[in-house]
Design a protein around this ligand. Structure first.
Ligand code: S3P
Length: 430
């Protein structure tokens, strides 16, 4: 899709059903594929990333039916996975590639190649390749295993213990899946504080996985049971509307059915600390995850410091939090977020470049940036650089800009939020 031109409407009111969580949608189809039996997943995210996971699993021989956001997975167990006839195309999806790499490394005797688009092929993979090799995996890629395509010869893995040096849920999940598929014990420590959807879902499916003294221990043996579920709304998608409402002069937006998992809760905490007018209501449980409705109203925001342990709990929301910071009085500093450089784009340089074009005073650092907020944003022609979260962050920035903002390569939203532009129109912004 070409560019979208966004002008801020005078008033924004709305109640939005937030599409299914991307991380949970991937896991729901992948883990059920590894179980024996059928499961029905509703409110599945039909974004390109999760569709790539379905396509890869089908290529591995898993029977999956999809109708809109309802998906039936007929799990065939690890032993039922076939060798795919061609390269497995993960598209833009790091989660598809890294989690599947774990599964396939533990599938003894089967050979696979994982690849993806130019962005995914440029992203670091040694973070999974090195610890998988330490478990005995035969896995290689370009640059000595740092970049995809990744070639994996499934083999007999052995028991292992590993301390994660970075808080990555994808790395944690890849290792757990490798051990689970190979039927070997695994002991994980270090930065296991990334999102915990894998642990919750695997436990719910019967895996023997415990968290003790800051370490995750997986004991083999238990076969996975199929698990039907309704996927909660994605807090990373809802965050665009939270910031939109907070920075707009006359707005009240309710996001319905949003996941409230604490390991994803950083953005809401930061917005509250910045003075956002937030109400959380109807807190309830959906399967293994808590959900709620979240209402945000026009707010007088102030700058804040975002650093340390909260970073993994809001890493995907940093582009839109940067837009909030640009509209806040005072200074906001983001640090300890070098992981931003390893996302779909280098989100330190792409965020800083876009904010500057909008007239914001911002300085980049190796591990984050500093924003001096409170100036009126100006209109600009920005690019998403093919990064879904940037496309949406720039659309939100337009809601506080003096003139129209042009968002180039606007189709990137399809990766995680195909209805984003239609929802923005519903809220009155054209
Ligand atoms: C994800 C984990 C995070 C996140 C990504 C989805 C997941 O990445 O940024 O969008 O589903 O496990 P890292 O594992 O690299 O932190």
């Amino acid at each position: 899709m070409q560019a979208r031109r966004i002008e801020s409407p005078p008033r924004m009111r709305g109640s939005i059903d937030i599409p299914g969580d991307k991380s949970i949608s991937h896991r729901a189809v992948m883990f059920n594929a590894l179980a024996h039996g059928s499961a029905r997943i509703t409110h599945f995210l039909t974004g390109a990333d999760c569709l790539a996971t379905i396509a890869c699993l089908r290529a591995l021989g898993v029977a999956i039916e999809q109708e809109g956001d309802t998906v039936a997975v007929h799990g065939c167990g690890v032993s039922g996975l076939h060798e795919a006839a061609d390269v497995l195309d993960c598209g833009n999806s790091g989660t598809t590639m890294r989690l599947l790499a774990g599964v396939l490394a533990g599938c003894d005797g089967r050979f696979s190649v994982l690849s993806g688009d130019a962005s995914l092929r440029s992203r670091p993979q040694r973070r999974i390749v090195a610890p998988l090799r330490a478990l005995g995996a035969q896995i290689d890629g370009r640059d000595g295993g740092e970049r995809a395509p990744l070639a994996i010869r499934g083999s007999r893995l052995h028991a292992g213990s590993y301390d994660l040096p970075i808080a990555s849920a994808q790395v944690k999940s890849a290792l757990l899946l490798a051990a689970l598929c190979a039927g070997v014990p695994l002991d994980l420590g270090g930065r296991i504080d990334g999102r915990d959807h894998t642990e919750r879902m695997l436990r719910g499916m019967g895996a023997a996985l415990v968290l003790e003294h800051g370490r995750l221990r997986l004991t083999p043996g238990a076969a996975l049971q199929p698990c039907s579920l309704r996927v909660p709304g994605d807090p990373s998608s809802a965050a665009f509307w939270w910031v939109a409402a907070a920075i707009h002069p006359d707005a009240e937006i309710t996001t319905c059915g949003v996941g409230m998992n604490a390991s994803r809760g950083g953005a809401l905490e930061v917005l509250r600390a910045m003075g956002a007018d937030v109400t959380v209501s109807a807190l309830r449980a959906e399967g293994d995850e808590p959900v709620a409705d979240v209402t945000v109203r026009s707010s007088a925001l102030r700058g804040t410091i975002i650093e340390g342990a909260i970073i993994p709990r809001l890493i995907d929301e940093i582009p839109v939090l940067a837009v909030a910071a640009a509209c806040a009085q005072g200074t906001t500093v983001v640090r300890d977020a070098q992981e931003l450089r390893a996302k779909e784009t280098d989100r330190i340089s792409t965020v800083v470049g876009g904010l500057r074009a909008l007239g914001v005073a911002v300085d980049a650092a190796d591990d984050g940036f500093r924003i001096d907020g409170g100036r009126q944003l100006v209109g600009a022609a920005l690019s998403s650089h093919g990064d879904h979260r940037l496309a949406m962050a720039w659309a939100v920035a337009a809601l506080a800009a003096r003139d129209a903002v042009l968002v180039g390569d606007a189709g990137a939203v399809d990766v995680s939020y195909p209805d984003f532009w239609a929802t923005l129109e519903q809220l009155g912004a054209a």
